[in-house]
Design a protein around this ligand. Structure first.
Ligand code: GLU
Length: 444
């Protein structure tokens, strides 16, 4: 049996009931086959893939908190420090009822390669909780965040592990957690990113994942002779990534016609009203069904359906495994030319294969959504030098990073004989740097 197959089998066996983690490992290792087979003997002897797929450290803890009625609740808290070979662990915290150890491990594993691709000195980690922020009062959110940080603060630090936001964790939650860290540890340091501008945050961090996704998409299209201006774009999600992806797509001259949340989706043939979307989601924290009050001609549908809309470019920006094989078939039939992932692993393995086989340009999340964590790393730099850079300065750095990732992924794909395959290219480019650092640091 080949080394890749052996390790995939062992990962499935040793990590039962973690399907998303298995999926992420399979996707990466399968696409690295050419590189691994060329070095099979050495990698096997060094147990390189076993070390790469086993987190360096996993913390799991109890998070008790009291709701507004005096009722005590208990949630699970996690932090997985996956690979610290190229820098302090870096990656978000996700608060969502679907969170379990397998989800955090899949996200942490992806983060290792994503962070390596940014070219910045950050290792990979991820954390979170099965806490559901939906419908909670501000005081309940604060109580939860303080309790979560009371435990988490033992394992993190500006030079050790620097968490940030992800689904369910935005500026409000980061603020509450930063305050609690400071109270307990008595250190004012850049231990979290995505902070508010008044206490060490970076300009552009809010917009970074969505903007970065579009910088990448524009470059990928341009490398293939296509101009993004005038194209119709379907976006899923209505969170931070989706909103700022829509904003940048519009600035680039494209028309964004959809958005979705956990209960339904909207189709606005004339182009989404971004100010309305921001007000509904960022200010009111309400459902997308409210959109019709702003735009009576738009359609609101319950359930899923964004990928049934005719578009040139599809940007899945909601969550993992939201774009299935059937959706991929519909997109291809409707003439879609590019799919770029804003979320982490939103496309299933079968759907990705189908899109690639049918000549659709496909940008994997670990490359195309790396703008968020890259800008987090820029926030860390600013915190270290106790300075703040201008919007233009950060935005220019972000653009350069995304364009470089795109070119590096394309070059790696071409070098290994799969020109135009950004999945293989991104995995190889991310992998090579991590392996180099791991080898240099000995068996650890
Ligand atoms: N949660 C984001 C991601 O998936 C950002 C992480 C960070 O900024 O550290 O990459």
């Amino acid at each position: 049996m080949s080394y890749v197959d052996e390790v995939i089998e062992a990962v499935v066996k040793k990590n039962p009931a973690e399907p998303e983690f298995h999926q992420a490992v399979k996707e990466v290792l399968e696409s690295l086959r050419v590189v691994i087979e060329a070095n099979e003997e050495k990698f096997r002897k060094d147990a390189l893939l076993e070390r790469l797929t086993e987190p360096e450290r996993v913390f799991q803890f109890r998070v008790p908190w009291v709701d507004d009625n005096g009722q005590v609740h208990v949630n699970k808290g996690y932090r997985v420090q996956f690979n610290g070979s190229i820098g302090p662990y870096k990656g978000g915290l996700r608060f969502h009822p679907s969170v379990n150890l397998g989800i955090i491990k899949f996200l942490g594993f992806e983060q290792v390669f994503k962070n390596s691709l940014t070219g910045l000195p950050i290792g990979g980690g991820k954390g979170g909780s099965d806490f559901d922020p939906k419908g909670k009062s501000d005081r309940e959110i604060m109580a939860f965040c303080q309790s979560f940080m009371t435990e988490l603060c033992k394992y993190i630090g500006a030079d050790t592990d620097v968490p940030a936001g992800d689904i369910g964790v935005g500026a409000r939650e980061i603020g509450y957690m930063f305050g609690q860290y400071k109270r307990i540890r008595s250190v004012y340091e850049g231990v979290l990113t995505g902070k508010g501008l008044s206490y060490g945050g970076s300009l552009v961090r809010t917009e970074a994942t969505g903007y970065g996704l579009l910088y990448f998409t524009k470059e990928m299209l341009a490398m293939n002779g296509v101009d993004i201006a005038g194209k119709t774009v379907a976006i899923s999600g209505a969170g931070n990534v989706a909103i700022y992806a829509a904003e940048k797509a519009m600035q680039m001259g494209a028309k964004v016609v959809t958005a979705s949340d956990s209960t339904g989706w909207i189709y606005d043939a004339e182009g989404i009203d971004l100010a309305a979307l921001k007000e509904i989601k960022e200010v009111k924290r309400a459902r997308l069904s409210e959109y019709k009050a702003y735009r009576p001609n738009a359609e609101y549908h319950e359930g899923k359906g964004v990928w049934s809309v005719k578009c040139d470019i599809a940007l899945p920006c909601a969550t993992q495994n939201e774009l299935h094989l059937e959706d991929a078939k519909t997109l291809v039939a409707n003439g879609c030319i590019a799919v770029a992932e804003g979320a982490n692993m939103p496309t299933t393995l079968e759907a990705t294969e189908y899109l690639l086989e049918n000549g659709v340009l496909f940008a994997p999340g670990k490359a195309s959504n790396a703008g968020g964590v890259a800008t987090s790393a820029l926030e860390m730099s600013q915190n270290s030098e106790r300075l703040s850079w201008t919007f233009e300065e950060v935005d220019e750095k972000l653009q350069n990073i995304m364009v470089n990732i795109c070119h590096n992924a394309a070059a790696a794909a071409e070098k290994y004989g799969v020109k135009g395959n950004y999945v293989v290219g991104a995995n190889i480019a991310g992998f090579e740097k991590v392996v180099d650092a791991m080898n240099a640091q000995g068996i650890c």
